[in-house]
Design a protein around this ligand. Structure first.
Ligand SMILES: Cc1cc2nc3c(=O)[nH]c(=O)nc-3n(C[C@H](O)[C@H](O)[C@H](O)COP(=O)(O)OP(=O)(O)OC[C@H]3O[C@@H](n4cnc5c(N)ncnc54)[C@H](O)[C@@H]3O)c2cc1C
Length: 401
Protein backbone atom coordinates (compact mmCIF):
# COMPACT_ATOMS: atom_id res chain seq x y z
CA UNK A 1 0.00 0.00 0.00
CA UNK A 2 1.57 3.28 -1.01
CA UNK A 3 0.48 6.85 -0.51
CA UNK A 4 2.57 8.33 -3.34
CA UNK A 5 3.59 7.33 -6.84
CA UNK A 6 7.05 8.78 -6.22
CA UNK A 7 9.02 10.20 -3.32
CA UNK A 8 11.92 12.46 -4.35
CA UNK A 9 14.66 13.02 -1.76
CA UNK A 10 16.54 16.30 -2.38
CA UNK A 11 14.93 19.42 -3.86
CA UNK A 12 17.61 21.29 -5.80
CA UNK A 13 18.71 21.03 -9.47
CA UNK A 14 17.93 17.34 -9.90
CA UNK A 15 15.11 16.73 -7.41
CA UNK A 16 12.77 19.66 -7.97
CA UNK A 17 12.65 19.28 -11.79
CA UNK A 18 12.16 15.49 -11.49
CA UNK A 19 9.27 16.03 -9.07
CA UNK A 20 7.87 18.90 -11.18
CA UNK A 21 7.89 16.84 -14.39
CA UNK A 22 6.22 13.84 -12.69
CA UNK A 23 3.70 16.18 -11.07
CA UNK A 24 2.91 17.79 -14.44
CA UNK A 25 2.18 14.31 -15.81
CA UNK A 26 -0.42 13.86 -13.08
CA UNK A 27 1.50 11.63 -10.66
CA UNK A 28 1.23 11.96 -6.91
CA UNK A 29 4.67 13.08 -5.70
CA UNK A 30 6.24 13.90 -2.33
CA UNK A 31 9.41 16.05 -2.48
CA UNK A 32 11.50 16.34 0.68
CA UNK A 33 14.71 18.15 1.59
CA UNK A 34 16.52 18.62 4.86
CA UNK A 35 17.27 22.21 3.77
CA UNK A 36 14.83 25.11 3.75
CA UNK A 37 14.52 27.43 0.74
CA UNK A 38 15.79 29.85 -0.38
CA UNK A 39 19.19 28.65 0.79
CA UNK A 40 22.70 28.41 -0.60
CA UNK A 41 24.85 25.36 -1.19
CA UNK A 42 28.56 24.93 -1.94
CA UNK A 43 28.53 25.28 -5.70
CA UNK A 44 29.26 27.89 -8.32
CA UNK A 45 26.40 28.13 -10.78
CA UNK A 46 27.19 28.64 -14.44
CA UNK A 47 24.32 27.17 -16.47
CA UNK A 48 25.50 26.40 -19.99
CA UNK A 49 23.11 26.83 -22.95
CA UNK A 50 21.76 23.22 -22.78
CA UNK A 51 20.67 23.86 -19.17
CA UNK A 52 19.21 27.23 -20.19
CA UNK A 53 17.27 25.42 -22.94
CA UNK A 54 15.82 23.05 -20.31
CA UNK A 55 14.66 26.03 -18.20
CA UNK A 56 13.04 27.49 -21.31
CA UNK A 57 11.28 24.18 -22.16
CA UNK A 58 9.91 24.08 -18.62
CA UNK A 59 8.68 27.70 -18.78
CA UNK A 60 11.08 28.83 -16.05
CA UNK A 61 13.70 30.85 -17.95
CA UNK A 62 11.67 34.05 -17.74
CA UNK A 63 11.68 33.79 -13.95
CA UNK A 64 15.47 33.41 -13.89
CA UNK A 65 15.98 36.35 -16.26
CA UNK A 66 13.57 38.47 -14.18
CA UNK A 67 15.92 38.16 -11.18
CA UNK A 68 18.33 40.46 -13.05
CA UNK A 69 20.90 37.77 -13.67
CA UNK A 70 22.89 38.85 -16.76
CA UNK A 71 23.21 36.77 -19.93
CA UNK A 72 26.68 35.41 -20.77
CA UNK A 73 27.30 35.46 -24.53
CA UNK A 74 31.06 34.82 -24.75
CA UNK A 75 33.44 32.24 -23.26
CA UNK A 76 37.09 33.38 -23.22
CA UNK A 77 39.90 30.87 -22.61
CA UNK A 78 43.26 32.48 -21.79
CA UNK A 79 46.10 29.98 -22.02
CA UNK A 80 48.82 32.63 -21.45
CA UNK A 81 50.51 32.76 -24.83
CA UNK A 82 47.18 32.56 -26.66
CA UNK A 83 43.50 33.29 -26.13
CA UNK A 84 40.44 31.64 -27.62
CA UNK A 85 37.11 33.46 -27.45
CA UNK A 86 33.83 32.10 -28.76
CA UNK A 87 30.09 31.87 -28.46
CA UNK A 88 28.95 28.92 -26.32
CA UNK A 89 25.42 28.58 -27.62
CA UNK A 90 23.32 27.79 -30.65
CA UNK A 91 20.96 29.99 -32.65
CA UNK A 92 18.06 28.73 -30.48
CA UNK A 93 19.82 29.18 -27.13
CA UNK A 94 22.77 31.52 -27.65
CA UNK A 95 23.63 32.37 -24.05
CA UNK A 96 24.42 31.01 -20.60
CA UNK A 97 23.23 32.38 -17.22
CA UNK A 98 24.60 32.03 -13.70
CA UNK A 99 21.81 32.67 -11.18
CA UNK A 100 22.74 32.35 -7.50
CA UNK A 101 21.66 29.01 -6.06
CA UNK A 102 19.52 30.92 -3.55
CA UNK A 103 17.61 32.19 -6.59
CA UNK A 104 17.64 29.16 -8.92
CA UNK A 105 16.80 26.43 -6.42
CA UNK A 106 13.83 28.37 -5.05
CA UNK A 107 12.45 28.89 -8.57
CA UNK A 108 12.76 25.13 -9.20
CA UNK A 109 11.14 24.22 -5.88
CA UNK A 110 8.22 26.61 -6.44
CA UNK A 111 7.68 25.15 -9.91
CA UNK A 112 7.44 21.66 -8.39
CA UNK A 113 4.92 22.89 -5.85
CA UNK A 114 2.88 24.61 -8.60
CA UNK A 115 2.81 21.25 -10.44
CA UNK A 116 0.89 19.75 -7.49
CA UNK A 117 3.88 18.18 -5.75
CA UNK A 118 3.66 17.97 -1.94
CA UNK A 119 6.80 19.66 -0.59
CA UNK A 120 8.31 19.13 2.86
CA UNK A 121 11.26 21.38 3.66
CA UNK A 122 13.43 20.76 6.72
CA UNK A 123 12.72 17.03 6.44
CA UNK A 124 15.69 14.64 6.76
CA UNK A 125 15.54 11.13 5.30
CA UNK A 126 17.33 8.68 7.57
CA UNK A 127 16.74 5.42 5.68
CA UNK A 128 14.75 3.69 2.96
CA UNK A 129 12.03 1.11 3.70
CA UNK A 130 12.19 -2.26 1.95
CA UNK A 131 10.26 -5.46 1.45
CA UNK A 132 11.33 -8.58 -0.48
CA UNK A 133 10.74 -6.80 -3.79
CA UNK A 134 12.99 -3.82 -3.07
CA UNK A 135 12.56 -0.24 -1.83
CA UNK A 136 8.99 0.73 -0.84
CA UNK A 137 9.42 4.07 0.92
CA UNK A 138 11.41 6.26 3.27
CA UNK A 139 11.84 6.88 6.95
CA UNK A 140 12.60 10.43 8.09
CA UNK A 141 11.70 13.33 10.30
CA UNK A 142 11.15 17.06 10.39
CA UNK A 143 13.40 19.12 12.69
CA UNK A 144 12.67 18.10 16.31
CA UNK A 145 9.75 15.87 15.18
CA UNK A 146 9.27 12.13 15.62
CA UNK A 147 10.27 9.76 12.82
CA UNK A 148 7.63 8.95 10.18
CA UNK A 149 7.42 6.47 7.30
CA UNK A 150 6.10 7.28 3.82
CA UNK A 151 5.51 4.76 1.05
CA UNK A 152 5.73 5.10 -2.74
CA UNK A 153 6.01 3.00 -5.89
CA UNK A 154 9.46 4.50 -6.43
CA UNK A 155 11.92 6.41 -4.24
CA UNK A 156 14.17 8.79 -6.21
CA UNK A 157 17.45 9.85 -4.63
CA UNK A 158 18.24 13.41 -5.78
CA UNK A 159 20.16 13.98 -2.59
CA UNK A 160 23.52 14.89 -4.05
CA UNK A 161 26.98 13.46 -4.07
CA UNK A 162 26.80 11.99 -0.53
CA UNK A 163 23.34 10.58 -1.24
CA UNK A 164 21.65 8.83 1.70
CA UNK A 165 19.48 6.89 -0.77
CA UNK A 166 22.55 5.69 -2.69
CA UNK A 167 24.22 4.63 0.55
CA UNK A 168 21.15 2.56 1.44
CA UNK A 169 20.83 0.80 -1.94
CA UNK A 170 24.61 0.49 -2.60
CA UNK A 171 24.55 0.77 -6.41
CA UNK A 172 27.40 -0.44 -8.58
CA UNK A 173 29.94 2.37 -9.15
CA UNK A 174 31.95 2.59 -12.39
CA UNK A 175 34.51 4.81 -14.20
CA UNK A 176 35.43 6.14 -10.72
CA UNK A 177 38.37 8.56 -10.37
CA UNK A 178 39.70 10.29 -7.26
CA UNK A 179 39.44 13.97 -6.36
CA UNK A 180 41.65 15.83 -8.83
CA UNK A 181 41.47 19.50 -7.89
CA UNK A 182 40.18 21.77 -5.17
CA UNK A 183 38.40 25.06 -5.82
CA UNK A 184 37.84 28.19 -3.72
CA UNK A 185 35.38 30.88 -4.77
CA UNK A 186 33.98 34.18 -3.62
CA UNK A 187 31.90 37.09 -4.98
CA UNK A 188 33.36 40.45 -6.05
CA UNK A 189 31.80 43.88 -6.64
CA UNK A 190 33.21 46.23 -9.26
CA UNK A 191 34.65 43.48 -11.47
CA UNK A 192 32.62 44.00 -14.68
CA UNK A 193 32.51 41.05 -17.08
CA UNK A 194 30.44 42.57 -19.96
CA UNK A 195 28.64 39.28 -20.63
CA UNK A 196 31.83 37.19 -20.63
CA UNK A 197 32.85 34.01 -18.85
CA UNK A 198 36.65 34.24 -18.62
CA UNK A 199 38.93 31.38 -17.68
CA UNK A 200 42.71 31.43 -17.23
CA UNK A 201 44.69 28.22 -17.62
CA UNK A 202 48.17 28.28 -16.08
CA UNK A 203 50.62 25.57 -14.88
CA UNK A 204 48.94 23.79 -11.92
CA UNK A 205 46.40 26.58 -11.55
CA UNK A 206 43.15 27.58 -13.22
CA UNK A 207 40.68 30.32 -12.43
CA UNK A 208 37.48 31.61 -13.89
CA UNK A 209 35.11 34.54 -13.41
CA UNK A 210 31.62 35.32 -14.61
CA UNK A 211 28.72 37.63 -13.72
CA UNK A 212 25.78 36.73 -11.48
CA UNK A 213 22.88 38.42 -9.64
CA UNK A 214 23.18 41.73 -7.76
CA UNK A 215 26.00 43.09 -10.00
CA UNK A 216 28.41 40.60 -8.45
CA UNK A 217 31.09 38.55 -10.18
CA UNK A 218 31.89 35.03 -9.09
CA UNK A 219 35.61 34.18 -9.14
CA UNK A 220 36.83 30.63 -8.52
CA UNK A 221 40.46 29.51 -8.27
CA UNK A 222 41.46 25.85 -8.67
CA UNK A 223 44.62 24.06 -7.58
CA UNK A 224 45.63 20.39 -7.60
CA UNK A 225 43.94 18.35 -4.87
CA UNK A 226 47.39 17.33 -3.58
CA UNK A 227 47.94 21.00 -2.59
CA UNK A 228 44.52 21.42 -0.92
CA UNK A 229 45.67 20.69 2.63
CA UNK A 230 48.74 22.94 2.52
CA UNK A 231 46.76 25.89 1.14
CA UNK A 232 43.91 25.63 3.68
CA UNK A 233 45.98 27.63 6.17
CA UNK A 234 45.99 30.74 3.95
CA UNK A 235 43.18 30.46 1.46
CA UNK A 236 43.14 34.15 0.59
CA UNK A 237 46.91 34.19 0.02
CA UNK A 238 46.81 31.13 -2.26
CA UNK A 239 43.81 32.52 -4.16
CA UNK A 240 45.34 35.95 -4.78
CA UNK A 241 48.77 34.50 -5.62
CA UNK A 242 47.22 32.33 -8.33
CA UNK A 243 45.59 35.39 -9.93
CA UNK A 244 49.03 37.02 -10.32
CA UNK A 245 49.71 34.41 -13.04
CA UNK A 246 47.46 36.62 -15.22
CA UNK A 247 48.68 40.14 -14.24
CA UNK A 248 46.10 42.15 -16.21
CA UNK A 249 43.25 40.14 -14.70
CA UNK A 250 44.81 40.38 -11.21
CA UNK A 251 44.87 44.19 -11.60
CA UNK A 252 41.14 44.15 -12.42
CA UNK A 253 40.50 42.10 -9.28
CA UNK A 254 42.62 44.46 -7.15
CA UNK A 255 40.41 47.33 -8.35
CA UNK A 256 37.29 45.51 -7.10
CA UNK A 257 36.02 44.50 -3.64
CA UNK A 258 35.37 41.03 -2.22
CA UNK A 259 31.86 40.77 -0.79
CA UNK A 260 31.74 37.25 0.64
CA UNK A 261 33.80 34.67 2.52
CA UNK A 262 35.71 32.04 0.56
CA UNK A 263 34.01 28.69 0.05
CA UNK A 264 35.88 25.69 -1.23
CA UNK A 265 35.79 21.97 -1.73
CA UNK A 266 36.97 19.03 -3.86
CA UNK A 267 34.75 16.28 -5.26
CA UNK A 268 35.23 12.67 -6.42
CA UNK A 269 34.32 11.46 -9.90
CA UNK A 270 32.00 8.49 -10.46
CA UNK A 271 29.02 6.98 -12.23
CA UNK A 272 26.51 4.93 -10.22
CA UNK A 273 23.95 2.50 -11.60
CA UNK A 274 20.94 4.82 -11.33
CA UNK A 275 18.14 2.34 -10.66
CA UNK A 276 17.11 -0.88 -9.01
CA UNK A 277 13.90 -2.39 -7.60
CA UNK A 278 11.80 0.51 -6.31
CA UNK A 279 14.53 3.15 -6.51
CA UNK A 280 16.26 5.57 -8.86
CA UNK A 281 19.05 8.17 -8.66
CA UNK A 282 19.28 11.54 -10.46
CA UNK A 283 21.83 14.35 -10.51
CA UNK A 284 25.02 14.13 -8.45
CA UNK A 285 23.59 11.16 -6.52
CA UNK A 286 23.90 9.09 -9.71
CA UNK A 287 26.79 10.68 -11.58
CA UNK A 288 29.35 13.20 -10.36
CA UNK A 289 32.36 14.84 -11.93
CA UNK A 290 34.76 17.62 -11.18
CA UNK A 291 33.26 21.11 -11.38
CA UNK A 292 35.97 22.51 -13.67
CA UNK A 293 33.61 22.36 -16.66
CA UNK A 294 30.58 23.59 -14.67
CA UNK A 295 28.28 20.94 -16.09
CA UNK A 296 26.54 19.56 -13.00
CA UNK A 297 23.40 21.71 -13.13
CA UNK A 298 22.80 21.20 -16.86
CA UNK A 299 23.45 17.47 -16.45
CA UNK A 300 21.05 17.32 -13.48
CA UNK A 301 18.35 18.94 -15.65
CA UNK A 302 18.97 16.38 -18.42
CA UNK A 303 18.83 13.48 -15.95
CA UNK A 304 15.64 14.83 -14.39
CA UNK A 305 13.90 14.78 -17.78
CA UNK A 306 15.21 11.34 -18.72
CA UNK A 307 14.37 9.83 -15.34
CA UNK A 308 10.90 11.41 -15.06
CA UNK A 309 10.03 10.25 -18.61
CA UNK A 310 11.25 6.70 -17.88
CA UNK A 311 9.26 6.48 -14.65
CA UNK A 312 6.15 7.88 -16.35
CA UNK A 313 6.49 5.19 -19.03
CA UNK A 314 6.57 2.47 -16.37
CA UNK A 315 3.47 3.95 -14.69
CA UNK A 316 1.43 4.67 -17.81
CA UNK A 317 2.88 3.23 -21.02
CA UNK A 318 3.28 -0.41 -20.02
CA UNK A 319 7.10 -0.46 -20.17
CA UNK A 320 8.82 -2.55 -17.52
CA UNK A 321 10.80 -0.60 -14.92
CA UNK A 322 14.05 -2.35 -15.86
CA UNK A 323 13.72 -1.61 -19.59
CA UNK A 324 12.67 2.05 -19.20
CA UNK A 325 15.29 2.76 -16.55
CA UNK A 326 17.94 0.83 -18.50
CA UNK A 327 17.28 3.29 -21.35
CA UNK A 328 17.64 6.18 -18.90
CA UNK A 329 21.02 4.87 -17.78
CA UNK A 330 22.25 4.21 -21.34
CA UNK A 331 21.18 7.65 -22.59
CA UNK A 332 22.67 9.41 -19.55
CA UNK A 333 25.97 7.58 -19.90
CA UNK A 334 26.08 8.06 -23.67
CA UNK A 335 25.81 11.84 -23.22
CA UNK A 336 27.90 12.11 -20.09
CA UNK A 337 30.90 9.84 -20.64
CA UNK A 338 32.75 11.87 -23.33
CA UNK A 339 32.43 15.08 -21.26
CA UNK A 340 33.38 13.13 -18.13
CA UNK A 341 36.69 12.13 -19.76
CA UNK A 342 37.22 15.68 -21.06
CA UNK A 343 36.43 17.15 -17.62
CA UNK A 344 38.65 14.81 -15.64
CA UNK A 345 41.54 15.44 -18.07
CA UNK A 346 41.16 19.23 -17.59
CA UNK A 347 40.90 18.79 -13.81
CA UNK A 348 44.46 17.45 -13.62
CA UNK A 349 45.50 21.10 -14.32
CA UNK A 350 48.30 19.78 -16.51
CA UNK A 351 49.32 21.91 -19.53
CA UNK A 352 47.35 21.15 -22.71
CA UNK A 353 49.03 18.30 -24.63
CA UNK A 354 51.07 19.36 -27.72
CA UNK A 355 48.31 18.27 -30.14
CA UNK A 356 45.80 20.55 -28.38
CA UNK A 357 48.34 23.39 -28.26
CA UNK A 358 48.80 23.10 -32.04
CA UNK A 359 45.04 23.08 -32.54
CA UNK A 360 44.59 26.14 -30.32
CA UNK A 361 47.30 27.97 -32.29
CA UNK A 362 45.56 27.08 -35.53
CA UNK A 363 42.25 28.48 -34.26
CA UNK A 364 43.64 32.01 -34.12
CA UNK A 365 41.43 34.27 -36.25
CA UNK A 366 39.05 31.39 -37.08
CA UNK A 367 35.83 32.40 -35.32
CA UNK A 368 33.93 29.29 -36.35
CA UNK A 369 36.61 27.07 -34.77
CA UNK A 370 36.72 29.19 -31.60
CA UNK A 371 32.91 29.00 -31.31
CA UNK A 372 33.23 25.22 -31.70
CA UNK A 373 35.77 25.07 -28.86
CA UNK A 374 33.51 27.21 -26.62
CA UNK A 375 30.61 24.86 -27.42
CA UNK A 376 32.60 21.79 -26.40
CA UNK A 377 33.27 23.39 -23.02
CA UNK A 378 29.59 24.30 -22.74
CA UNK A 379 28.49 20.71 -23.34
CA UNK A 380 26.80 21.70 -26.61
CA UNK A 381 29.13 19.91 -29.04
CA UNK A 382 30.61 16.53 -28.14
CA UNK A 383 34.42 16.38 -27.76
CA UNK A 384 34.41 13.38 -30.16
CA UNK A 385 32.89 15.57 -32.89
CA UNK A 386 35.08 18.63 -32.31
CA UNK A 387 38.34 16.70 -31.89
CA UNK A 388 37.59 14.31 -34.78
CA UNK A 389 40.36 13.91 -37.33
CA UNK A 390 38.15 15.53 -39.95
CA UNK A 391 37.39 18.67 -37.90
CA UNK A 392 40.96 19.05 -36.61
CA UNK A 393 42.19 18.63 -40.20
CA UNK A 394 39.77 21.33 -41.34
CA UNK A 395 40.98 23.78 -38.66
CA UNK A 396 44.71 23.13 -39.05
CA UNK A 397 44.38 22.93 -42.85
CA UNK A 398 42.70 26.31 -43.08
CA UNK A 399 45.33 27.76 -40.72
CA UNK A 400 48.12 26.50 -42.99
CA UNK A 401 46.69 28.31 -46.05
C1 LIG B 1 32.64 24.05 -5.93
C2 LIG B 1 31.60 23.60 -6.93
C3 LIG B 1 31.34 24.38 -8.05
C4 LIG B 1 30.38 23.97 -8.96
N1 LIG B 1 30.13 24.78 -10.04
C5 LIG B 1 29.17 24.45 -10.93
C6 LIG B 1 28.85 25.32 -12.01
O1 LIG B 1 29.39 26.42 -12.16
N2 LIG B 1 27.88 24.90 -12.89
C7 LIG B 1 27.26 23.71 -12.75
O2 LIG B 1 26.42 23.36 -13.60
N3 LIG B 1 27.54 22.87 -11.72
C8 LIG B 1 28.46 23.22 -10.81
N4 LIG B 1 28.72 22.38 -9.76
C9 LIG B 1 27.99 21.11 -9.65
C10 LIG B 1 26.59 21.34 -9.10
O3 LIG B 1 26.67 22.00 -7.85
C11 LIG B 1 25.89 20.00 -8.89
O4 LIG B 1 26.08 19.17 -10.01
C12 LIG B 1 24.40 20.20 -8.65
O5 LIG B 1 24.19 20.95 -7.47
C13 LIG B 1 23.70 18.85 -8.53
O6 LIG B 1 22.39 19.04 -8.09
P1 LIG B 1 21.69 17.89 -7.24
O7 LIG B 1 20.26 18.34 -7.13
O8 LIG B 1 21.98 16.56 -7.83
O9 LIG B 1 22.39 17.90 -5.82
P2 LIG B 1 22.52 19.04 -4.72
O10 LIG B 1 22.49 20.38 -5.32
O11 LIG B 1 23.70 18.64 -3.89
O12 LIG B 1 21.19 18.90 -3.83
C14 LIG B 1 20.98 17.80 -3.00
C15 LIG B 1 19.90 18.15 -1.99
O13 LIG B 1 19.60 16.95 -1.24
C16 LIG B 1 19.37 17.31 0.08
N5 LIG B 1 19.63 16.14 0.93
C17 LIG B 1 20.79 15.47 1.05
N6 LIG B 1 20.65 14.43 1.92
C18 LIG B 1 19.36 14.47 2.34
C19 LIG B 1 18.62 13.68 3.27
N7 LIG B 1 19.16 12.63 3.91
N8 LIG B 1 17.34 14.00 3.50
C20 LIG B 1 16.77 15.07 2.86
N9 LIG B 1 17.43 15.85 1.99
C21 LIG B 1 18.70 15.55 1.73
C22 LIG B 1 20.35 18.44 0.38
O14 LIG B 1 19.89 19.24 1.46
C23 LIG B 1 20.34 19.19 -0.97
O15 LIG B 1 19.42 20.28 -0.94
C24 LIG B 1 29.67 22.75 -8.80
C25 LIG B 1 29.93 21.97 -7.68
C26 LIG B 1 30.87 22.38 -6.74
C27 LIG B 1 31.11 21.51 -5.54
Amino acid sequence: MHTYDAIVVGARCAGSPTAMLLGRKGHKVLLVDKARFPSDTISTHLIHPPGVAALERWGLLERVVATGCPAIHTYLFDFGPLTVSGSPGTAGTPVAYAPRRTVLDKILLDAASEAGVEVREGFTVTDVLRDDGGVIGIRGHGKGCPSVMERARVVIGADGLNSRVARAVAPKEYHAKPRLLAGYYSYWRGLPMEGRFETYIRPSRGFAAWPTNDDLTLLIVALPFAEFGANKKDIEGAYLKALELAPAFAARVRASRREADFLGTAVPNFFRRPFGPGWALVGDAGYNKDFITGLGISDAFRDAELCANAIHETFCAGRTFDVAMGDYQATRDGHALPMYEFTTALATLEPPPPTLQRLLQAMRGNQEAMDGFARVNAGVTSPAEFFSEENVGRITGSAAK
